[in-house]
Design a protein around this ligand. Structure first.
Ligand code: BES
Ligand code: ZN
Length: 621
């Protein structure tokens, strides 16, 4: 890592409050690292604490704020650089005095712009007055119609991977951590919550104070504002949601405390004090987001039977893998997600048993196989270690990081034994707490600490091949599920011409149904698809995972009785993982894109930018 970079920052003046000439154009830096997706140069100056004073304006769809940073400046340094994207900077103060010595550089695709502020090495604080743009990509502003309660507007943020800079000027690289405090003013009657200490009741003043005492990277900055209530489900756990879904959410997540305790038993004490979940409106583009102390979650996991709560285990697991020990750059994304999937399945095994976790692993293997097919034309994107220079980090965020990452760790576990592997991982989490790690550092530790420096054993595990080469090495463990074997038998009978009503589905859980649906060939006749729907009413399933799987099959088989349900699902739900396969199926079925576009144009205003940027490309808009 001790490379020498010559960092060339060509700063063109953008008519801001700065002076007429930009300072030194070329700076030579030793020991500075290549951050891949940030303009910051932490070797010169880095932020250590943020005080954010913000006001949320639903009418203008803007946040007006002052971000005051305590900074740590290296001797002789003359500037601090922050990332911004679409922010209007109104004024900057350096140690309390208004400064004109700042410049905004040229915009770079995906990255936004560098904001360079002149300082000297005695400076302790820079303060930035700014306003967000109404189309800031991290923010989704919802009308009352788009919420459960239909009476109040809603706002939520999504900062990962590099969208924090669209709502806060920040040094937006996962290796730069800081503590924060915030004061947020919202319209009276609404509640604001953040990735920090949170209120449990509405404050009539509309002013909320937050504190995050543990250092976090900017991609974990988060804010949600809406008509929210809180309900406790354990001493350290609780749920935030709109009033009409609060009870359902509290029921669904009843086992959260058990999950938290199971997780602590495996990899050590929970470092963030409380663990709460907020259930957002259905346009939330992800299943979940591991904002510290407060996971953001989609309401599509409220199945009514707790069957989709592996997602909570996943986001909780990030409290160790990701939030405590963080990928150094987005090229190391698999360290966040692969470890988290591994830990998620360990938590689920501890709470619900091995047979349950086995189903999750087999479904994961199916996802991995599908993703390898999707990426057949870009095999380099199936390597664990990514090279995202010049690319949107979102491009690297495929199931490879999750499932190939999982299967690497699982393969290592089975080779060295669980006890040894757990001891190693526990040490990994304590040894690198509140810090970052690169893929190379992790592999070196694995060799030294787990394998006692035994190069031959390291080579035999094919680890470098897993990490640096495309595809799946031949030592991947095979996973099986006894509960799926029962389903396989029924599938066989059905595909051999049996009747739908004779399929023995007694006691099937959501995951068994998913396995069943994933093995329904799209070459079946329309009559057979009708027969399945008549027997099991998939079209009206209240389970989002089952419905989404069924809709893809329905589209591929021209089963138009599902059309209305599909339209409604696509209009209401904004979770990208569901949208992409359904729209893809529509595109394949009708390459003129007519049907897909018709639905999309109505539904698009309901989607977050994360989803529209993927779908605009898919639908060639
Ligand atoms: N951190 C991710 C979501 C994410 C990844 C946001 C990359 C932005 C960029 C989160 O933990 C996640 O993995 N969510 C999954 C959950 C699933 C794997 C259980 C999701 O949203 O589907
Ligand atoms: Zn994750």
């Amino acid at each position: 890592m001790n490379r020498i970079y010559v960092v060339l920052i060509a700063l063109s003046l953008m008519g801001c409050g700065g002076s007429e000439t930009a300072p030194n154009d070329t700076v030579e830096l030793s020991n500075s690292e290549h951050l891949v997706h940030s303009f910051a140069i932490p070797a010169e100056a880095k932020v250590t604490h943020l005080n954010l004073q913000a006001e949320v304006d639903f009418e203008a769809r803007q946040i007006t704020a002052t971000a005051s940073y305590r900074i740590d400046v290296r001797e002789g340094a003359e500037r601090i650089i922050l990332d911004i994207d679409g922010l209007t900077i109104n004024a900057i103060r350096v140690d309390g005095t208004v400064s004109k010595q700042w410049w905004i550089g040229e915009e770079v695709a995906f990255l936004g712009q560098p904001l360079e502020i002149a300082i000297n090495d005695t400076v302790q604080e820079v303060s930035i007055d700014y306003v967000t743009s109404p189309d800031a990509r991290a923010l989704q502003w919802l009308t009352p119609q788009q919420t459960a309660g239909k009476e109040q507007p809603f706002l939520f943020t999504q900062s990962q991977a590099i969208l924090a800079r669209t709502w806060i000027p920040c040094q937006d690289s996962p290796g730069i951590r800081y503590t924060y405090e915030a004061t947020v003013k919202v319209p009276a009657g609404l509640m604001a919550v953040m990735s920090a200490s949170n209120p449990v009741a509405v404050d009539s003043s509309g002013v909320y104070r937050f504190e995050m005492k543990q250092r976090i990277p900017s991609y974990l900055m988060a804010l949600a504002v809406g008509e929210l209530n809180f309900k406790s489900v354990g001493d350290r756990t609780g749920v935030y949601a709109e009033p009409s879904i609060l009870e359902a959410a509290a029921f669904e997540f009843e086992d959260m405390q058990k999950m938290l305790e199971a997780a602590e038993k495996i990899y050590g004490a929970y470092a963030w004090e409380r663990y709460d979940v907020i259930v957002l409106p259905p346009s939330f583009p992800f299943g979940g987001m591991e904002n510290p102390r407060l996971t953001f979650a989609t309401p599509t996991i409220l199945a009514g039977d707790k069957s989709l709560t592996a997602l909570v285990a996943h986001e909780l697991a990030h409290s160790w893998s990701g939030n405590l020990v963080t990928n150094r750059t987005w090229n190391d994304f698999w360290l966040n997600e692969g470890f988290t999937v591994y830990f998620e399945r360990r938590i689920m095994e501890a709470v619900y048993g091995k047979e349950y976790a086995d189903m999750l692993s087999v479904l994961g293997m199916q996802d991995l196989e599908r993703e390898l097919e999707n990426l057949a034309d870009v095999p380099e994107d199936t390597r664990l270690k990514l090279e995202l220079d010049g690319r949107d980090p979102d491009d690297g965020m495929s199931d490879i990081a999750y499932e190939k990452g999982y299967f690497l760790l699982r393969t290592v576990e089975e080779n060295v034994g669980r006890d040894r592997f757990d001891a190693f991982l526990k040490q990994h989490f304590t040894g690198h707490a509140f810090s970052t790690i690169t893929t190379e550092e992790f592999l070196a530790n694995l060799k030294e600490e787990l394998l006692n420096g035994d190069q031959a054993q390291y080579d035999a595990l094919l680890i470098d091949q897993w990490v640096y080469e495309a595809g799946i090495p031949n030592n991947m463990v095979q996973v099986e599920s006894a509960l799926f074997a029962q389903v396989d038998q029924q599938i066989e009978g059905w595909l051999a011409g049996g009747k739908a009503v004779e399929i023995d589905t007694a006691g099937w859980t959501t995951h068994q149904w998913l396995h069943f649906l994933r093995h329904q060939p799209a070459t079946q006749s329309l009559d057979r698809i009708k027969e399945l729907d008549r027997a099991f009413d998939f079209t009206d399933s209240g389970n989002s995972e089952i419905a989404a799987e069924w809709f893809v099959l329905a589209i591929a088989t021209d089963y138009h009785a599902a059309d209305e349900a599909i339209d409604q699902f696509l209009t209401e739900v904004g979770r990208r993982k569901f949208l992409v396969p359904i729209y893809k199926a529509l595109v394949e079925q009708d390459p003129t894109l007519e049907r897909a576009k018709m639905i999309y144009l109505t539904a698009r205003p309901n989607y977050h930018s994360v989803s529209t940027s993927t779908l605009d490309a898919l639908l060639k808009l």
